[in-house]
Design a protein around this ligand. Sequence first.
Ligand code: CIR
Length: 260
Amino acid sequence: MSHPSITFDHAITRRPAKSIVDGLRAIDIGAPDYDGMIRAHDAYVAALRSTGADVRVLDPIEAFPDAQFVEDTALCLPQGAILMHPGAPSRVGEVQEMAPHLREIYTDIRSIQGGGHIEGGDILVTGREILVGLSDRTNAAGVAELETIAHDWGHTVRTVITPPGVLHFKTDCSLMDPETILSTRKLDASGCFDGYRVLHVPDGEEAAANAIRFNDLVIMADGFPRTAEMLFRAGFKVVAIDNTDCAKLDGGMSCLSLRF
Ligand code: CIR
């Protein structure tokens, strides 16, 4: 199946910096291991490349401990890219680090530049619309700015809610195909996916909900066998990547790339 929401020629990633040990986290369960992070990142890039996509790996930036989570800096759509305005003050500067790379690729680049905040992790592009979850990082003003730009490009934006205590909307869900969402039961219970086919991550495997569909692959975190089995039975080709260290910083599979 080919559709702009799951079919990509390119991805941009950023190699983790040594300063990753200072990355943001909701609850401190110990510092991530830099070497483990690098090994996992290499495996992630290899999985993206195995689909035939051109994958750019940007240099680490020590000044921005969370800069490997590139997804939060921009939204890439077929018509152009939108630079985000992160709600986390320590992450705002990451956007200008990403901008020149997107300018090499896109002729139309817009910015969230009013008072609003929005991070890419709160945005799910499906086959029919763009869902944006309000969260501690994304506010209504940010969504309104995004909507104006996306509307210009022919997209519909729908505002939804990121559950309290969940970092980003996509922490709890992923697109599997243009009409199919992988979600935690908690998020789906909000009704935000009514009209879609929804696959629930099994109880106890909620952290598996942040995955990506990238060309023919579903790339998910390792260690969630019941979710992997469910996706396999549903006909998806699954690759599992170690997410132990990223998880200590509330990160997962979607955060590590921009896909377009
Ligand atoms: C943060 O708190 O901003 C980072 N430690 C994790 C960002 C994860 N990004 C994402 O889910 N899109």
